[in-house]
Design a protein. Sequence first.
Length: 238
Amino acid sequence: MGEFDDAELDAQERRVRDLLRGAADVGPMPADVVARVERALAAAAAPTPVASLAARRRPRVPRVFAAAAGLVVAAGAGVVALDQLRTGADEAGSASSAAAGSSAGDSAGAPLPPDVQVLRSGTDYTDVAAVQDLGEESVGAGAQEDAGRGRPDLLSAPQGEASASSDPAQRPQAEHAVACTSPLGVDPASVVAVEIAAWRSRPAAFVVHTTPTGGEVVVVALDCTPGDEALSTVPVPS
């Protein structure tokens, strides 16, 4: 059986050889085919990129950790910015407080000399003549040369009103009123008396001061601020 098979194979091989010998010569392979074959062979022989082993072993930071780190940095920047804002606000508040304190001190005015008479009455002055009487009496008392008599503690109130009495407790209001009259040209050193009363039913202070021609009464509201206009200005003849 094996010999038969070998003989048959030999016969087929001879037949193939005969066919090949009888085949016509087709000539050389076309140039474009050769080029394609060469490119295919070159591509097949190209080295495959190999990743670096060190790169593969390098630890990678999980994205969640990277995001958390970004949040920590942002939070830190926010805290710094908030501290700066608070510092700026505190400095601005301190400056505002200082300015407010300075304004309050300016409106309070300088302390009056001890010899300035501070009076309080229930009089509601409604006309200039009554205010002029107040000024004449105060300026006259300040011009007295008899030290034994000094300044009276009581001044006669006009039109039968109750007399004005000395009231040291009203000195802060008197000092505030003098501060309001300073921008109006009243020298605090020239003030001889301040009476706390009312001008046409409005609480007011009557600041009496001396002038080169005699004196003057400047009436200002008790709630005045420096720069406000006077409610009334009454000259007092010498």
